[in-house]
Design a protein around this ligand. Structure first.
Ligand code: UD1
Ligand code: MG
Length: 402
C-alpha cells in the first residue's frame, strides 16, 4: 500500500484517539476518585479532589489506536501473499509497544504505590530491555560518527560497543524522569511533551523526502497517535486542571520519545529537543543526589491572598551540607542563579529556593499567575526547539559532513 495512504489512515486514527481520550477522561474521573487515585491541587484556594494518573487512560487509548493501525502497513503482505514481509520492522514495532506498555504499567504502579526514587531510576531501564534486545538482533550498529572538532583526537568514527547500549538505557531513564521533575504547575507535564512531540513530528516530516524515509515514517506512525491522546489530556489538564496526568503519563511520554529516538536512529537530535529538561535536570542535581536537602514537593508556593505563585524554598544549616552542595550553592548564588538567605547568629539557618527552572523563572520574574508560569515555560520550550532546529540543520555542517 502506498505510504501516503498509510499516513492518512494513521492521521485519521490519531484523531479518533484524540476524540476518545477527550471523552474518556471526564467520563472515568469518578472511578479514579473512588479508587482513591486522586490528588489535591496545591496551587488553588479550594482543596477539591482531582483524579490523578490519567496517563493510564491516554496510554491505553494510544495502544488500542496502534493495535488497530498495525494491519494497515503489514496486513497487505499477508492478504495478497506478497513477497518480502518486513519482519525486522514488524519486530521493532512490537518491541516498541512492549517497552511502552511496560512503562505504562510501571508508571501506574508508581502512582498507586508511591515508589522510592531509586525504583524510579530502575524501572525505565528494565522497561527498555525488550527494545535494546531487538536493536541488538536487528540493527546492532554501535558506531558513532565523531563531530568534526573532535576528529583530530578521536578519528572519524568510534565503536562504542556495549557502551552504546548503556547510553540507550540511560536515555530511557533520562527522558522519563526529566519530564516528571519539570512538573507541578497545571498543564506543564503534558504541555512540554506536546511541544517535544510536535518538534519531533516536524523533524520527521522534513526528513520524509530524504533517503531515510521509511525510518521517519515509522516514527510518525508512533508519534501521531501519541500527539492525539496528549492533546486531549492537555485540554483537561490545562489551568484550572480537571485531571492530573500522574507519573504514569510522564513515564509513558518519556518512553515513547526514547523508543522513537532509538528506533529512528536520531537520539542525538531528539535530545536537542530536551534542552529545558536538561537544564532543569542539571540545576536539580544537588537536590536529586541529596547534596542539598530535597523536600517531597518542590513546586512553587501558592499565595491564596493574591492568587499568585512564588518561589518555594527549603531551609537547612549551610555548614552541615557536603562540600559539593555548599560549593554549588555559593557559585550559583554569586552568578545570581539561586536566592540564599542566612539568618543572623551562630549556626544560622539558610533558606534556598528549590532548584527547579520553574522557581528560577519566578526568581527573575517575581510572583506570577499559575497559567502565566505554564505559558512562559512552554514558550521557552518552543524557543529551545527553534534553537535545536538551527543546530540540527544550518549549523550541522560545522559538526558533520552533510
Ligand atoms: C515531582 C517533583 C516534585 C513536584 C511534583 C509535582 C522532583 C524531585 N519531584 O515529584 O518536586 O512537586 O513532581 O508534580 O522534582 N500537583 C499540583 N499541581 C499540578 C501537578 C501536580 O498541585 O499541576 C500536585 C498534586 O497534589 C498531585 C501531586 O502534585 O497529586 C503529584 O505529584 P507526584 O507526581 O506524585 O510527584 P513526583 O513525581 O514524585
Ligand atoms: Mg510526578
Amino acid at each position: 500500500m502506498d505510504w501516503t495512504i498509510q499516513l492518512i489512515v494513521n492521521i485519521i486514527l490519531s484523531f479518533g484517539g484524540f476524540l476518545a481520550t477527550l471523552r474518556a477522561i471526564p467520563g472515568m474521573g469518578h472511578l479514579f476518585i473512588r479508587a482513591n487515585l486522586c490528588g489535591v491541587d496545591m496551587s488553588k484556594r479550594q482543596s477539591k479532589k482531582i483524579p490523578e494518573a490519567m496517563g493510564i487512560v491516554c496510554g491505553c487509548i494510544y495502544l488500542i489506536t496502534i493495535f488497530i493501525f498495525i494491519p494497515i502497513p503489514f496486513g497487505t503482505y499477508i492478504v495478497f501473499s506478497q513477497e518480502g514481509f518486513p519482519h525486522e520492522k514488524f519486530v521493532e514495532l512490537l518491541a516498541a509497544l512492549l517497552s511502552i506498555c511496560c512503562m505504562l504499567l510501571l508508571g501506574f504502579a508508581d502512582d498507586v504505590l508511591e515508589l522510592k526514587w531509586r525504583h524510579k531510576l530502575l524501572l525505565p531501564t528494565v522497561a527498555s530491555l525488550p527494545l535494546l534486545m531487538v536493536y541488538f538482533v536487528t540493527f546492532n550498529l554501535t558506531i558513532i560518527i565523531v563531530p568534526k572538532p573532535l576528529r583530530w583526537l578521536l578519528g572519524f568514527s568510534l565503536n562504542l560497543g556495549p557502551l552504546y547500549y548503556v547510553y540507550m538505557g540511560m536515555l530511557a531513564v533520562f527522558c522519563t524522569n526529566a519530564i516528571n521533575i519539570l512538573a507541578g504547575v497545571n498543564g506543564l507535564e503534558v504541555g512540554q511533551s506536546v511541544v517535544i512531540g510536535l518538534s519531533l513530528m516536524l523533524h520527521n516530516l522534513l526528513e520524509l523526502g530524504g533517503p531515510l524515509r521509511d525510518t521517519h515514517l515509522f516514527s510518525l506512525y508512533l508519534l501521531l497517535p501519541f500527539l492525539g491522546v496528549s492533546l486531549a489530556l492537555l485540554y483537561h489538564n490545562w489551568y484550572p486542571s480537571r485531571a492530573f496526568v500522574g507519573d504514569t503519563y510522564c513515564y509513558f511520554a518519556g518512553m515513547t520519545f526514547a523508543v522513537i529516538g532509538i528506533l529512528g536512529h536520531f537520539s542525538k537530535t531528539m535530545l536537542l529537543f530536551f534542552l529545558p529538561q536538561i537544564a532543569n535536570f542539571l540545576y536539580s542535581v544537588p537536590q536529586l543526589f541529596h547534596l542539598v536537602p530535597c523536600p517531597r514537593h518542590r513546586l512553587p508556593k501558592y499565595d491564596c491572598e493574591t492568587d499568585l505563585l512564588h518561589m518555594s524554598s527549603t531551609s537547612f544549616q549551610l555548614e552541615a551540607l557536603p562540600w559539593p552542595g555548599r560549593l554549588f550553592l555559593r557559585v550559583c548564588s554569586t552568578l545570581g542563579l539561586v536566592r540564599l538567605a542566612t539568618s543572623e547568629g551562630e549556626g544560622g539557618i539558610t533558606t534556598c529556593n528549590n532548584l527547579t527552572i520553574i522557581n528560577l523563572l519566578l526568581k527573575f520574574s517575581g510572583p506570577m499567575h499559575e497559567r502565566s508560569v505554564t505559558i512562559a515555560l512552554l514558550a521557552f520550550q518552543v524557543l529551545c526547539s527553534g534553537v535545536a532546529f538551527v543546530v540540527r540543520y544550518p549549523l550541522a555542517s560545522l559538526f558533520y559532513d552533510v
